[in-house]
Design a protein around this ligand. Sequence first.
Ligand code: FAD
Length: 421
Amino acid sequence: SSTVVWFRRDLRTADHPALLAAAERASRALALFVLDPVLLRASGGPRVEFLHRCLRSLDADLGGRLVVVEGDPVEVVPRVAAEVGATSVHVSADAGPYGRARDAAVAERVELVRAGSPYAVTPGRVTKPDGTPYRVFTPFCRAWLEHGWHSPARTDASTVDWIRSDLGRDLPAGDGLPDVRALWEAFRDEKLPDYATRRDRPDLDATSRFSPFLKWGVVHPRTLLADLGRGAGAQAFRTELAWRDFYADVLWHQPESARRNFNRAFDRMPVDDDRERFEAWCAGRTGYPFVDAGMRQLLAEGWMHNRVRMVVASFLVKDLHLPWWWGARHFMRHLVDGDLASNQHGWQWAAGTGTDAAPYFRVFNPVTQGEKFDPAGDYVRRYVPELRDVPGKAVHQPRDPIVDHAQERREALARYAAVKG
Ligand code: FAD
């Protein structure tokens, strides 16, 4: 008997519950990935290129048996299953709104067996004692730790006997991924011990940079959690993974929070629609060096340090008074780790409209943030070449700023106060 393993955000063979489920059900399986034009259209070049790298690595791991098909999954998946005589399709569950609707449509045409998810704890499982979802991180995190998670599933490419097929198309030639296990071990041994104290410093390269691997499921968070050990660094890292699970949980309970304010009181707040200012922000030309460095890092690398994400997001919302979803869309297009749950809720946090709502009166000062978290100015000089000759932290001083921070801060506070009434 045959089945299909439809890979989505689980582009690996290690610690993969759906492989176990497939092997239990059938003697052979087809490995399928569907390039969905709807998702590709929303993605910029670096994101698509990274996805191709993940797929090349997965294909190599599967001995060249990954079948890649372009098209609408609702049509492609049942058709491919029928072509190999499979009556079931195995997947890791998708918790996002688009994925849930897509999977429901696929499940009407072929049996869809869900096993595992991209999270340590499947979204929806951690609830308050009365069964309602958490809306604040700290109590969620406590309950999440108490709930716990399964230990890693023992799987690899040989767990399943893969069907060879010429149904798919070739991926464009190019590199696969580096050795992700070796990258993890290097981070764990060299950087994790100081992670708690250094993670906020964009100049230091002190974080794991695992978000793209986690986004595409090249590694399961459980695999990392099982390998963390003790200590302040391990604890801080575990908490970051809890944020990732928390935001997925919030989105699972409230799919509409991807598009509109989690706290609906802010629907009444007026926002501007100045495209020119938005373009300046996107291009890293606001005249605030720390903001510009972040926006240029995003364009150059498809990634931005977390501290800088917070500062540029605050700047868009509170200095430019533009809608957070404009910024969120720009991030989703360019971030290689772009993830609907973490991104939209990271933005809502910065905008003060989200779950833990950074108090709305907290407005990041882009100059002092730079001086504090990039004390020698190295981060700015790395990404803003025209400032390369400015020494030390003087590099953080605004140059031809498009707005005056002190004035816009007052404006933001007035707008927020009116809503808070
Ligand atoms: P590390 O510090 O090494 O953290 C380890 C892992 O924990 C990360 O890989 C990530 O999976 C998770 N994590 C860390 N911080 C957060 C957080 N605040 N929220 C959720 N998960 C977290 N993260 C994304 O993965 N995708 C996004 O699209 C995304 N958009 C963001 C938008 C804004 C406005 C903000 C403020 C944050 C956003 N984040 C997003 C969270 C965070 O910035 C990144 O996860 C982090 O910078 C990734 O770098 P790292 O892997 O080196 O992190």
